[in-house]
Design a protein around this ligand. Structure first.
Ligand SMILES: Cc1cc2nc3c(=O)[nH]c(=O)nc-3n(C[C@H](O)[C@H](O)[C@H](O)COP(=O)(O)O)c2cc1C
Length: 176
């Protein structure tokens, strides 16, 4: 399960037109940092991937997204999600990856936690960031899901996500 900026932004078809250090172009397809991590996890843990998608997209411009996310966070908004599974009750473990946004979970990840009850389940948390690491996100998730077993996974710098692939895969193999 992951949230990434890429899947929540309508980038132009011509991905080359979008220049940003935080975006990965793989085989002509744009991939978010959290998305790449989630795909490696799914490979090693042999699980499905679901993306947390909002009904309203974020702006293509990076700084505008940073600003919008700040406003959203200050207002405590819970953006509406779309295309989510009806039910997660058949899963015992959820591997969750998201980017650190303003030292916190992106608000759509709060919407995700509002939507499901993870009591009795294990949630393994991976964060991608540009310097802040996990911030206080693990404690926030523990508050949101007091009856779940929250495991701190890895925090991975987005700008060097590809250099960390083997470390991430090893960690998942050892902890699945
Ligand atoms: C709205 C927004 C806020 C961010 N806030 C932080 C932050 O507080 N600390 C940090 O280290 N990185 C921050 N970043 C950087 C992202 O966490 C980082 O680029 C991440 O790897 C992006 O993952 P993604 O490609 O899956 O969206 C922010 C990025 C965005 C778009």
């Amino acid at each position: 399960m992951y949230f990434s900026r890429v899947g929540n932004t309508d980038f132009p078809q011509n991905a080359d037109a979008v220049s940003s250090a935080s975006l990965n172009l793989k085989d002509g397809e744009l991939k978010g940092n959290a998305q790449l991590i989630a795909e490696w996890i799914a490979d090693e843990a042999e699980c499905e991937t679901f993306e947390i998608i909002t009904s309203d997209k974020y702006p293509v411009d990076y700084d505008a997204t940073v600003e919008d996310a700040h406003v959203e966070q200050n207002k405590g908004e819970r953006p509406e999600l779309t295309d989510m599974p009806d039910d997660l009750s058949s899963y015992d473990t959820v591997w969750l990856t998201f980017p650190n946004w303003w030292g916190d979970l992106p608000m759509p990840v709060y919407s995700f936690f509002d939507r499901y009850d993870f009591s009795g389940k294990k949630i393994v948390v991976f964060v991608t960031h540009e310097g802040s690491g996990f911030s206080n996100t693990i404690n926030k998730i523990k508050e949101l899901e007091p009856d779940a077993n929250i495991i701190e996974g890895l925090s991975v710098r987005g700008g060097s996500v590809n250099d960390n692939e083997s470390e991430i895969r090893e960690w998942v193999k050892d902890n699945k």
